[in-house]
Design a protein around this ligand. Structure first.
Ligand SMILES: *[C@@H]1O[C@H](CO)[C@@H](O)[C@H](O)[C@H]1NC(C)=O
Ligand SMILES: *[C@@H]1O[C@H](CO)[C@@H](O)[C@H](O)[C@H]1NC(C)=O
Ligand SMILES: *[C@@H]1O[C@H](CO)[C@@H](O)[C@H](O)[C@H]1NC(C)=O
Ligand SMILES: *[C@@H]1O[C@H](CO)[C@@H](O)[C@H](O)[C@H]1NC(C)=O
Length: 425
């Protein structure tokens, strides 16, 4: 009897270890516990990479192929994110001076131009953005997350009302392409937009937005980061619609579920397919290729098409369309920046100088429908301190001595500057 029970118990234990082992190993790999910091080497492409001036703490990055320009949003100054940057759980000081900016980078001259934000006043704590070009190609709508402090926090005399420290919103701008200004249209706030991270624009007046965490701070937020899609799918992706002439009115904003119950939904990106949405589970290191139903305009639901597991945490996904593809070498695919040692981020991000190493993955579909995953950039965190978005801009082999290469632009939310490297594809 006792022996039988013992056997059953051992079998149960073995089963537990067997089922838990794979996810545990995956979590340990992605969070960087199994990677050697001593053996970590820089991979910088075939020439020394450059830092781009006036790009302090930029997080998101989008390439607008028609104008050949890169769009990003930056903090603009160092030191403030240590105390106030809700996406990292930094909410200890409200008297921040976050005065971020939207910046356009010319990938050829490497000149970064700050857009004058006409009509916009107040603080701007930047994070994810998206751009939505108009049909005639002359203008675009720019959507940008702004992590403002909650003006009501600390003022309530009612102890039973727990007010959040941050009251993040989305700023909407209209920008004439090739101009140096963006005109502020309004701000969008809604109780369900809690921890906005990134935006996927679906029209000049609608978008998807990720709430990157269910827990805003504290121990449970840490637990949320340690878990993965099987165990910690607690947050969501929302679809937001608003009326243009009443954008400032909170009541005119309609919010529906894009995707309920997802783990750490972080970055959003476009591919060449209009019905496709790239979504990253950041701490899970998981790229989700989602579909949306364009035939039914009342359906906002995102459905999973495929998922690609990376060996590090990842951030905002981008898609590279290879104009110079040949039968033997088609480099079209996903480009993902991430952290090789994500488990050290919490401590390092609280300082201004502890390096935060970075890496960039390039994922392309191979002939048999699987994915080839290549690492195309790696830095010890001294050149690029933290990484959030990586974008490839192809170089025509005909003007490059036949070499198939691209410029790789990488941003980091606490990096001194955006970095550009030349990589082989
Ligand atoms: C405090 O807030 C709670 C919840 O909103 C409410 O029920 C209660 O009446 C408030 N108390 C006072 C004194 O305002
Ligand atoms: C939804 O799609 C139908 C059919 O394509 C169209 O007639 C209708 O105007 C659309 N509604 C909205 C709100 O876009
Ligand atoms: C369109 O989507 C809505 C919301 O998901 C759903 O209720 C409706 O049945 C769909 N219509 C069609 C024709 O599939
Ligand atoms: C390269 O691959 C992409 C993605 O599979 C595809 O859309 C594109 O047509 C391909 N290009 C060529 C020249 O085959």
């Amino acid at each position: 009897m006792a022996k039988g029970a013992l056997l059953a118990l051992s079998a149960l234990l073995a089963l537990c270890v067997a089922t838990l082992w794979k996810p545990l190993l995956r979590r340990a790999t992605v969070l960087g516990f199994l990677r050697s910091q001593e053996e970590f080497r820089n991979i910088h492409g075939d020439i020394a990479p450059l830092k781009i001036s006036n790009t302090v703490h930029c997080e998101d990055l989008h390439y607008h192929a028609e104008s050949g320009k890169l769009y990003t949003a930056c903090e603009g100054v160092e030191h403030t994110r240590r105390h106030w940057f809700p996406p990292l759980g930094h909410t200890d000081r409200h008297d921040h001076d976050g005065q971020g900016m939207i910046v356009v980078v010319d990938p050829i001259t490497l000149e970064a131009t700050e857009l004058a934000l006409t009509g916009f006043t107040g603080h701007f704590v930047t994070h994810g953005i998206d751009i939505f070009p108009s049909e005639d190609g002359r203008t675009m709508t720019i959507f940008a997350v702004n992590h403002l402090p909650n003006p009501e926090y600390g003022e309530s005399q009612n102890e039973s009302v727990s007010l959040q420290k941050a009251r993040s919103q989305i700023e909407v701008f209209s920008h004439t392409i090739n101009s140096d200004t963006a005109v502020w249209i309004g701000s969008i706030r809604h109780a369900r937009i809690r921890t906005p991270n990134d935006i996927f624009a679906t029209s000049p007046t609608s978008f998807y937005v990720t709430n990157d965490h269910y827990y805003r701070d504290g121990r449970m937020r840490f637990v949320e980061d340690l878990l993965e899609y099987n165990t910690g799918a607690w947050s969501d992706v929302l679809h937001v619609d608003f009326a243009t002439d009443t954008v400032d009115a909170l009541t005119e904003v309609t919010v529906t579920n894009g995707l309920a119950k997802v783990h750490n939904p972080n970055g959003l990106g476009h591919t060449t397919r209009p019905d496709e949405v790239l979504l990253s589970d950041a701490s899970g290191g998981d790229l989700l290729v989602m579909g949306r139903d364009l035939a039914n305009n009342t359906s906002k639901a995102l459905t999973l098409r495929s998922r690609i597991q990376l060996d590090s945490t990842i951030d905002n996904p981008s898609y590279y369309y290879d104009l110079y593809a040949t039968a033997g070498n088609n480099a079209s695919g996903y480009v993902l920046a991430g952290l090789p040692f994500a488990h050290t981020l919490g401590q390092a991000a609280r300082t201004v100088d502890v390096p935060i190493p970075t890496m960039v993955w390039h994922v392309r579909e191979n002939a048999i429908g699987n994915h080839d995953i290549m690492m195309i950039f790696q830095d010890d965190g001294k050149l690029l301190r933290s990484a959030s978005t990586a974008v490839l801009v192809g170089i025509n082999p005909a003007s490059n001595g036949g070499k198939k290469q691209a410029w790789l632009f990488v941003t980091g939310y606490v990096s001194e500057a955006m970095v550009v490297a030349r990589v082989n594809l």
